[in-house]
Design a protein around this ligand. Structure first.
Ligand code: COA
Ligand code: ZN
Length: 317
């Protein structure tokens, strides 16, 4: 990837919808997917293959995945979150080949989220990697939760994250995402962790997943970009949050990320007008939805043009 572009990975259908208590009908999710694709977003997390008891919002994961994979005209990269081996098996059976395995770098959040110790999650990861024998086209990514702070344990030392990454690397993982699940991170920490990761593992593709809980989402996104991470998760309307992390709130909004990068001349491949249709449609079917996106609130500056127009001198020489 060249320096002047980024990939925005859209997670509204997963992170966004998991934090909305009511079940969103499958047909609405499919229509959201269509509008997301039409905006130019090409990397889309569509659901979670988790226990329907834990997250009933995704009880339609197999049907949704099958419907979306059938009509994926633009060849978008379709991924789904999985918490364990069963989730991986169900996702693969439904045709999904890009799996985002979630585990936390703190014991307490891992236990709250997936009811396992981190050692048990690593064991599950090994078994999931083994599925490559039956599904050679499987692409497994590890999404590392609470890298920049845990709601139960506080700040996490970068060395803890690196130790896990070394284990994942050893198991053959080359796709890793660093998540600020509850919005604890600041740009200095994002720079430190991103640089440590990118420098030690040049052949790993790193992404970052940021929440704007305390208003630092964009600052952290820009810092990650400057530190060599060019895959950034975003959620339309800033929807999102982990139901198993107290105080969690929305992701960095895709609209704000697109605006920031495009305005800096960094290509995202996303058409803003088409992107705005996604939140408009969702609002029309779910009137009480609450977006947190500066672009949705303020709009795009019009007219754009140059920032300053040279004015003639007030007084002659
Ligand atoms: N998909 C569907 N069902 C699953 C499943 C999966 N990935 N994993 C387990 N189950 C089912 C089991 O088959 C079992 O069903 P049964 O009671 O009918 O026999 C039941 O769930 C309990 O299984 P168990 O392995 O004991 O799971 P658990 O109760 O320890 O819960 C998780 C572990 C990971 C399944 C659950 O905590 C979970 O789904 N968490 C979701 C986390 C999440 O999405 N967080 C937000 C994103 S970061
Ligand atoms: Zn998240």
């Amino acid at each position: 990837m060249d320096e002047s572009s980024v990939t925005i990975r859209e997670v509204m259908l997963r992170d966004g919808l998991q934090n909305i208590r009511q079940f969103i009908p499958t047909e609405v999710k499919i229509e959201l997917f269509r509008l997301i694709v039409a905006s130019g977003l090409k990397d889309i997390e569509i659901t979670s293959f988790v226990s329907p008891g834990a997250v009933p919002q995704f009880r339609d994961a197999p049907q949704l995945a099958q419907a979306i994979l059938k009509e994926n005209p633009e060849g978008a990269k379709i991924s789904a979150l999985i918490p364990n081996l069963k989730g991986a098996q169900n996702a693969l059976k439904s045709g999904v080949r890009r799996l985002s395995f979630v585990m936390s770098v703190s014991e307490s959040h891992n236990f709250n989220n997936v009811r396992r110790t981190t050692a048990e999650s690593v064991e599950a990861l090994k078994k999931i990697q083994d599925l490559k024998k039956d599904y050679p086209d499987m692409i497994l990514k590890v999404g590392m939760a609470v890298v920049f702070g845990c709601p139960f344990e506080g700040k996490i030392r970068p060395q803890v994250t690196l130790r896990f990454i070394r284990q994942f690397y050893h198991l053959g993982c080359r796709n890793i995402s660093l998540a600020d699940t509850v919005g604890f991170g600041n740009p200095k920490e994002v720079r430190e962790v991103s640089r440590l990761c990118v420098n030690e593992f040049p052949d790993v593709t790193f992404g970052i997943h940021l929440h704007n809980t305390r208003g630092l989402g964009l600052a952290n996104a820009f810092t990650a970009y400057e530190s060599g991470i060019h895959i950034l998760d975003g959620s339309i309307g800033g929807l999102g949050g982990c139901p198993f992390a107290p105080g969690a709130s929305g992701n960095t909004s895709t609209e704000d990320l697109v605006f920031m990068f495009e305005d800096m001349g960094v290509r995202t491949g996303v058409n803003m007008d088409a992107l705005l249709k996604v939140s408009r449609y969702f609002k029309s079917v779910k009137r009480d939805v609450c977006f947190t996106s500066s672009i949705l609130e303020a709009g795009i500056p019009i007219p754009r043009g140059t920032l300053t127009t040279p004015s003639p001198p007030l007084l002659g020489p």
